[in-house]
Design a protein around this ligand. Structure first.
Ligand code: AP5
Ligand code: MG
Length: 224
């Protein structure tokens, strides 16, 4: 019984701009699980000028990772919330081996484990184009792109009518650093989850709809 409740303990892994946020919206809508984006949680803390936000901001603006202790604390707290009992979708976490080990230990303590790690694969030059043209909704965080996935009305979110803005870390220089940080610190997680036998590799260079079709095929039906 518990197994069927927690079969969608999911991780969305991929470089900056791979489409994690874009696909997360679709996955959580269909599978009925909460979207846990450490980037969104950190940006909310920056906006609210909490002590954690003030500490995180200098790392984020430079395209560096926020210290493991901070993000591991965020995720451990989030996994105490009752809505995660039926599963979850991690977006942007884990990003280092210590984060992955901490997640495994936390889930183990709850008699659970990661059931699938979806890895979105996209070439680096396309990632730079996606990120430098990205606009994000201030209210619901839905990502758009000025050329690839434009909103119906410029500057306005199709989903909730919120205002679109450009993220501080989407300048080309910061994007290049984020990609290097990904290669050095996060890409090794693909091997880590391969060893656990839970990886599904997805071609993220396709259209958002095609990419999502492949994700659905990898996850299987939402019922269970
Ligand atoms: P985070 O917010 O997680 O950013 P990221 O990993 O760099 O990823 P992005 O959000 O930039 O890209 P995405 O894959 O979500 O792409 P999207 O769907 O928007 O982290 C930000 C910072 O927070 C980090 O640098 C770090 O400082 C800190 N942080 C967060 N988590 C941390 C952790 N665990 N440990 C330490 N530090 C942490 O799409 C991108 C664009 O492409 C959009 O414009 C979209 O419209 C477009 N697009 C998407 N898919 C397609 C498609 N198929 N075709 C055409 N266009 C597309
Ligand atoms: Mg994102």
């Amino acid at each position: 019984m518990i197994e069927s409740l927690s079969q969608f303990n999911l991780i969305l892994l991929g470089p900056p701009g791979a489409g994690k946020g874009t696909q997360a919206g679709r996955i959580v809508a269909e599978y009925g699980i909460p979207h846990i984006s450490t980037g969104d949680i950190l940006r909310a803390a920056v906006k609210n000028q909490t002590p954690m936000g003030l500490e995180a901001k200098r790392y984020m603006d430079a395209g560096e990772l926020v210290p493991d202790s901070v993000v591991i604390g965020i995720v451990k707290d989030r996994l105490q919330e009752p809505d995660t009992a039926k599963g979850f979708l991690m977006d942007g976490f884990p990003r280092t081996i210590p984060q992955a080990e901490a997640l495994d230990a936390t889930l183990d303590g709850l008699d659970r484990a990661v059931t699938k790690t979806l890895v979105l694969l996209v070439d680096e030059e396309l990632l730079v184009q996606r990120l430098t043209g990205r606009r994000v909704c201030r209210a619901c965080q839905t990502p758009f792109h000025v050329l690839f996935t434009p909103p119906k009305q410029e500057g306005v979110c199709d989903k909730c009518g919120g205002e679109l803005y450009q993220r501080d870390d989407d300048s080309e220089a910061t994007v290049r650093n984020r990609l290097e940080v990904y290669r050095n610190q996060t890409e090794p997680l693909i091997d880590y989850y391969d060893r656990a036998g839970v990886v599904a590799r997805i071609d993220g260079a396709q259209s958002p709809d095609r990419t999502y079709e492949d994700i659905r095929a990898a996850l299987g039906p939402a019922e269970g």
